[in-house]
Design a protein around this ligand. Sequence first.
Ligand SMILES: Cc1cc2nc3c(=O)[nH]c(=O)nc-3n(C[C@H](O)[C@H](O)[C@H](O)COP(=O)(O)OP(=O)(O)OC[C@H]3O[C@@H](n4cnc5c(N)ncnc54)[C@H](O)[C@@H]3O)c2cc1C
Length: 390
Amino acid sequence: MDFLLTDEQKMIAETARKIGDHFGLDYWRTHDSEKAFPGEFWAAVCKAGLCGVALPEEFGGAGLGMLEMALIVETLSASGGGSTVGQLFMINPIFGGVSIAKFGTPRMKRELLPKIISGEINCCMALTEPDAGSNSLEIKTFATGRGNGWRLNGRKIWITGADVAKKMLVIARTTKVEEVKRRTDGLSMFLVDVERLGLTYAPIEKLGTNTLSSCNIFFEDVEVDADELVGSLDGGWYQLLDVLNTERIVTTSGLVGAADLAFRIAIGYAKERRVFGNRPISAYQSLQFPFAQAYAEIECAKLMNYKAASLFDCGRAYATEANIGKLIAAQAASSGIEHAMQTMGGMGYAKETHLERLWRDARLFRFAPVSEQMILNFIATQNLGLPRSY
Ligand SMILES: Cc1cc2nc3c(=O)[nH]c(=O)nc-3n(C[C@H](O)[C@H](O)[C@H](O)COP(=O)(O)OP(=O)(O)OC[C@H]3O[C@@H](n4cnc5c(N)ncnc54)[C@H](O)[C@@H]3O)c2cc1C
């Protein structure tokens, strides 16, 4: 077991740090308040080859792995972007890149991977539905076979980045749940154009992660071509899980970076701030312990995340590690950033100190992309052999 980073990994993280520092905190504050996609940032990330770090070399990627991607997200997040940087990596190299690289057709790989890697196009992924929620096997969006292709009808909710995406990975039923042996059968993945007749979207007003909108999506008789199927017909569920579990890895990295950033801001302030006499508020144990506790938890989450990423890179099962990392990171980042705000008193509430953005954004990840209760359900049943409670 080797816990040391290679020189190449350090160099990649350093490249990410330079890009992150170039944009800095005010870039993100402005884009957050304008609810604007961080296009210049993403272009710089792609230009430096960081979007394609884990994607195959023959399509313009670096052919490295998820561990390198985790390091990049962590660093970019800590440089100013906060946890929402993980979402940028989710929608593009993961929902677009990993799904196509692992399960796409040769044409999809040839035509789309280079464009995703260069940042020419953005992607998004549509799984969640208003009536199914965490119970993803109950989704109702249906692709009815028609000629060589399908016709898609249904509704999705919270689809991040749909308004800036060219391609959407849609998860739909292709066989009714009543007609399959196991509920996990009968689901398929399709990669469709966002701008297509019958597909409409509308952004949802939300608390944070404002640089990426999240949308309601409606499919009304959307035509899907035969060659837009990703992976196997009716067998998409387990392929989707492979994609979704890498999503946990970048989520954790974004949270680890966000906590690091928030701690630096708040601790820097606390070392200077004097309220009673000449001692800085950083000297008070009541302010120190919550930082120390969150730091310890974040370090554990980071290590578990590296393990998940390394297992993925070796082609081994990694779902448990990816979920545990995300569970702990989301809780520790939420409570740690909350404490960072508390430490700064009124100034933690001011936009200019950036903490309120980091706090709003990090809060999301306690229930998305998978809620902490669903992760605990997973651990209870899969790792501890306990009966399903629902
Ligand atoms: C900003 C944002 C961006 C998102 N982006 C995307 C995206 O790009 N693509 C996409 O497909 N989805 C996306 N989502 C959806 C996200 O994955 C879901 O919100 C999440 O999975 C939870 O589902 P839900 O909101 O329907 O909550 P529900 O499933 O309704 O759950 C509500 C509460 O009940 C709890 N609960 C439910 N079932 C159980 C159980 N069996 N045991 C214990 N507790 C339970 C949950 O843990 C949760 O606390 C996004 C959501 C948000 C808010």
